[in-house]
Design a protein around this ligand. Structure first.
Ligand SMILES: Nc1nc2c(ncn2[C@@H]2O[C@H](COP(=O)(O)OP(=O)(O)OP(=O)(O)O)[C@@H](O)[C@H]2O)c(=O)[nH]1
Ligand SMILES: [Mg+2]
Length: 278
């Protein structure tokens, strides 16, 4: 497979990484081979109502200017060909939206891609800064530097490739070496749409995820099945920590609360400025 970031039709411009926030975004420099980045697409008007399988519709609504924003650093990791980039595409253009197509035959990621995705739960705007790292061995040294300070690590394997499952301990080691001990780790078995080609039995996956205390989700980046859980499951965990266990957000790794000053009223409030346009 040729090394490349995305098919050129998907790249409309180069975008810088998000503003530097030492404890969220990790290193600010990027390798020369890692500079092509997909710009965040416009968020469809009704994205929340249409794309959230796990949260009651009552808890979903449009953001208001009093919404709080939690910015979370997310890393995608795992062997090449496990579908990380296709999953990112599926999150950006949910299959439930008219005209959405799976990303067919993307080229291997070079270094790392970056995208920002937003979702709302209750009155919270979750802003996910997602770093989609390359799975090819030759990029391993580069991509590990992006693991630093992640709040959520999403570790992929391909349900139809036993080799990708066997690589998981190595990836977990990288995550534990580079991320905060309390990082939320999701284990993703992708390509459930071709279950008939499955090479790993569910009980083997369950044993592995229980042993390493991982949240396991089976998804299909092509059909969009369960992909939203990658965003909502950890958000629920974070909300539980913050609202129920009353853990201060500052004490949760990889998460940052945005506060802005409302100039017109002079009141200090937490505002998600970008979401106001939704
Ligand atoms: N059937 C099926 N194929 C998929 C799915 N997700 C990805 N693929 C295919 O798997 C191949 C690899 O997908 P990518 O998203 O590029 O994989 P990746 O993990 O980003 O690979 P690297 O960038 O090299 O690390 C492509 O041919 C995709 O079309 C899925 O859910 N179902
Ligand atoms: Mg990729």
């Amino acid at each position: 497979m040729t090394s490349h970031v995305y098919p050129s039709k998907n790249i409309t411009q180069k975008v810088d990484p998000p503003p530097s926030t030492d404890h969220i975004d990790g290193p600010t420099h990027r390798e020369p081979s890692a500079t092509l980045v997909r710009p965040p697409p416009p968020i469809p008007q009704s994205i929340n109502e249409e794309t959230v399988p796990l949260v009651s519709p009552n808890t979903l609504r449009r953001a208001t200017n009093t919404d709080t924003t939690y910015t979370i650093k997310v890393i995608f990791a795992g062997d090449t060909n496990t579908g990380k980039t296709c999953t990112l595409h599926s999150l950006q253009q949910p299959m439930s939206h008219p005209g959405s197509q799976p990303l067919d035959n993307p080229l291997c990621t070079v270094g790392v891609d970056f995208a920002t995705i937003r979702r709302h739960i209750d009155s919270i705007c979750f802003k996910y800064n997602i770093w989609d790292t390359a799975g090819q061995e030759k990029y391993r040294a580069i991509t590990q530097s992006f693991f630093k300070n992640a709040g959520i690590a999403v570790l992929f394997f391909d349900l139809t490739s036993y080799a990708s499952f066997q690589s998981l301990p190595g990836w977990l080691e990288d995550i534990h070496r580079n991320c905060h001990p309390e990082v939320i780790i999701l284990l993703i078995g992708n390509k459930v749409d071709i279950n008939h080609q499955r090479e790993i039995e569910r009980h083997e996956i369950d044993t592995f995820s229980q042993l390493h205390e991982l949240i396991y989700i089976e998804i299909s980046a092509h059909t969009g099945e369960s992909v939203e859980r990658i965003l909502y499951d950890p958000a629920e965990i974070l909300l539980d920590k913050i609202k129920i266990q009353h853990i201060p957000t500052n004490d949760i790794p990889g998460i940052r609360i945005n506060e802005y000053i409302e100039i017109r009223t002079g009141k200090r409030s937490a505002i998600c400025s970008k979401c106001n346009i939704m």
